[in-house]
Design a protein around this ligand. Structure first.
Ligand code: KIV
Ligand code: ZN
Length: 511
């Protein structure tokens, strides 16, 4: 127990994060992610933007229904009566529902985007927050583009929101323009100026356009913010939001100076990062703070020597604190079901019996093809299985002829809506042949924008990790898959993206 301020961690991976082109998530993926976020004691989950589409509404509603813990479930709404009603309807079954409503307060946004004057904006704030408060007791109000707003007007806008019953006031750095000193001062000054400042929780929401999102959020904490809005792996519009894992670990590791705590279980950070990467198909950069593959790797002789003598010489946190276990060589083909179940539990998975049986069978197949099975292999295998459940187009079998004497050909079996289909196609290289074969079975106009291969672990028998990015009629979708065979991983990643394209089409945001 501590008497230091508790900083609420507000996760917006499923709302602002999903606004990244290509980062769409299915309902089932969102439900799983929400479950993990709630288990790891994230304080607020922003589950989506209910008025954006029927799909978004359903996601927020089902996450609300499933979340009966202390975690607050929140939906985003513009200041229109329709948006707020829809949001209230979506969140109402959560144990702790919240409506998050916003309107822009900068002259630039008011004049060019909203085409509203100051009085009209103030009137909209009072009306929207009052309406939201009549639906739920917990209402967050955000001043979009707060950091480029006129300070006097921002204070009047905040005043109006507090008077109408807002319980949290968020001051977003919507375009990632502020720097830490400036953002910290904004919180200090506004809390000194607005009369009822102590009646609300102040929130930071920072975008990373200048790479300052985490630094800005921490500056806000040092100046009285009680909530930080962030996203796993720093996902979010453009350059993203402040990374949740970095905020949580900064509060933990630098508690000596920040003097504030979060309630998040940091040992789940690695797991949630992998889950989000798998769901969105966005790989985590190797040198990403906290959750990157190299975050705890030591290559140079001097560093390795120091590490052997005392890990603190070059490590400011224990890998175990973020859920990276040191003993990652785990199992082989002789490992039994109980050991496998045990391993899954340590890695943070609890699967129903059917899924467990499937995972075990896939693990045995993998162990037959690969000498050493590492933690990362097992996580990749299970994440992929969970991501593929319920998909329309399912990979079944692939045979490829490659090599210097063409033509390269691919023979593929897919199951489409329950029906097995088979074809063979040629291509300019084996990957092209595989993708052409898929296109023959499932005709579509999607354009391949990115194809990327890396290895999950070391060794020539390592699983290949393939990311594929497709775009069709302005929609972007990213797929990711793993397999010891690079071409099978390529086919599965392509299908993952293709399956998502359809869902994404129905979910385009109206904002
Ligand atoms: O960046 C932003 O201003 C937002 C608001 C809608 C909170 O995401
Ligand atoms: Zn944002």
């Amino acid at each position: 127990m501590t008497d230091q301020p508790h900083i609420r961690i507000f996760d917006t991976t499923m709302r602002d994060g999903e606004q990244s082109p290509g980062a769409s998530m299915t309902l089932r993926e969102k439900l799983e992610l929400a479950e993990l976020l709630s288990e790891m004691k994230v304080d607020v989950i922003e589950a989506g933007f209910p008025a954006a589409s029927g799909g978004d509404f359903d996601c927020v509603r089902q996450i609300a229904e499933q979340t009966q813990s202390e975690t607050i479930v929140c939906g985003l709404a513009r200041s229109t009566p329709g948006d707020i009603d829809r949001c209230g309807e979506a969140v109402r079954f959560a144990a702790n529902p919240r409506i998050h409503t916003f309107i822009a307060t900068s002259a630039l946004h008011m004049e060019h985007k909203l085409k509203m004057g100051e009085n009209a904006v103030l009137e909209a704030i009072g009306r929207s927050v009052t309406q939201a408060r009549n639906l739920v007791p917990d209402v967050e109000w955000s001043a979009e583009d707060a950091t480029r707003s006129d300070f006097e007007f921002l204070c009047r806008a905040v005043d109006a929101a507090i008077a109408a019953g807002a319980t949290t006031i968020n001051l977003p750095d919507t375009v990632g323009y502020a720097h830490p000193e400036e953002y910290g001062q904004l919180f200090k000054r506004i809390r000194e100026t607005v009369p009822d400042a102590d009646k609300v929780i102040w929130s930071a929401h920072c975008h990373n356009d200048l790479g300052l999102a985490v630094a800005n959020s921490l500056a806000a904490v040092q100046n009285g913010a009680g909530q930080v809005e962030c996203a796993v792996n720093g996902l979010g519009e453009r350059a993203g939001n402040a990374a949740l894992e970095e905020i949580v670990m900064a509060l933990k590791v630098r508690n000596d100076t920040l003097q504030a705590v979060s309630g998040v279980d940091s040992t789940r950070l690695s797991r949630v990062s992998k889950m989000v990467s798998q769901i969105t198909g966005f790989p985590v950069q190797y040198n990403k703070a906290i959750v990157g593959k190299n975050a705890f790797a030591h290559e140079s002789g001097i560093h390795q020597d120091g590490m052997l003598k005392n890990a603190q010489t070059y490590e400011i946190m224990n890998p175990e604190d973020v859920g990276v276990s040191k003993t990652s060589l785990v199992m082989g083909k002789h490992s039994g079901r109980a050991a496998f179940r045990d391993k899954l539990a340590t890695l943070g998975y609890s699967l129903p019996d059917d899924a467990m049986n499937d995972a075990f069978k896939r693990f045995k197949d993998l162990a037959d093809r690969k000498k050493h099975v590492f933690d990362d292999d097992i996580m990749a295998l299970v994440d992929e299985q969970l991501a593929a459940e319920g998909e329309r187009i399912v990979f079944n079998r692939l045979r490829v002829v490659a090599g210097s004497e063409g033509p390269q050909t691919a023979e593929i079996d897919l199951v489409v809506d329950g029906e097995t289909k088979w074809t063979t196609a040629r291509g300019n290289g084996p990957v092209d042949a595989v993708f052409n074969a898929i296109r023959e079975i499932v005709p579509h106009n999607a354009v391949l924008e990115l194809y990327q291969v890396s290895a999950v672990t070391e060794g020539t028998d390592a699983q290949a990790e393939v990311s594929v990015r497709l775009s069709e009629d302005g929609f972007v979708s990213t797929g990711r898959s793993f397999d010891p065979d690079t071409l099978c991983a390529s086919a599965k990643a392509y299908l993952h993206a293709l399956n998502k394209l359809e869902i994404r089409r129905q979910k385009r945001l109206v904002a």
